[in-house]
Design a protein around this ligand. Sequence first.
Ligand code: CO8
Length: 257
Amino acid sequence: MSYETILVERHDAVTLIQLNRPQALNALNSQLLGELIDAFAAFDADPAQRAAVLTGSEKAFAAGADIKEMQERGFADMYGSNMFAGWERVTATRKPWLAAVAGFALGGGCELAMMADFILAGDNAKFGQPEVKLGIAPGMGGSQRLTRAVGKAKAMEMCLTGRFMDAAEAERAGLVSRIIPTTDLVGEALKTAALIASMPPLAAIANKEMVNAAFETGLAQGILFERRLFHGLAATEDKAEGMAAFVEKRPGVWKGR
Ligand code: CO8
């Protein structure tokens, strides 16, 4: 499939996906959603690809869902078409991917960043859920993921006032894992993704599933899920190789099985 609203590059085992609607600050319209779903599905299906980075431009990761596209759409249309349900296909991606966020990540842009396994922020990043000012509310998971990431007080204040959070506050609050100078952001994100891509692939997916389970289950159930998956990894050839490589003081060579 050829894309018009995103750019996709392969950097060895890392897929770089860049949102590319600069005239609209990467606002997320339905064409872009369709292209992202396709690009993430292709990444997940390609055995040579092991990690991905999603980024925007230095000015905007994404300034939200496309307001001009939403303007004319009423309840029956949005409800009938189950608008935004397609984003669940992006969050269904099994392999690890991170968001490299510079500039504005607002509304749906912030929500998309929070769908990533983690966020690296450029030092000019600004996160916000300003939907209330448009007479709406988050619709792509923001009220849930932001609250889980930063707690009720900050999430509630941001949703009720539309206040933006800068990169330093986002790091303090646990919304992002690290802040990188914006000019180095994509390079650092690619390096981080390459490091993830160099890990035994089944172990990487299992680690992702375990951490995500912490958001879906109670503690006892989550710990049992972790332990069972841990037991399961003992059946992989990569576990035997990883431990042999450690004992023999050499790098491991992974088979992904
Ligand atoms: N949608 C469509 N176009 C946009 C959007 C957007 N979200 N954001 C910016 N643009 C366009 C502008 O209209 C402008 O286009 P044009 O040149 O044709 O007028 C171009 O991008 C450049 O934008 P600005 O001139 O405004 O740039 P500034 O640097 O002056 O300002 C801002 C940057 C502060 C980011 C500003 O553009 C802004 O406030 N944008 C809107 C931010 C926002 O409100 N986002 C939330 C959108 S709603 C949402 O995401 C809800 C998701 C769930 C909805 C559920 C519904 C059921």
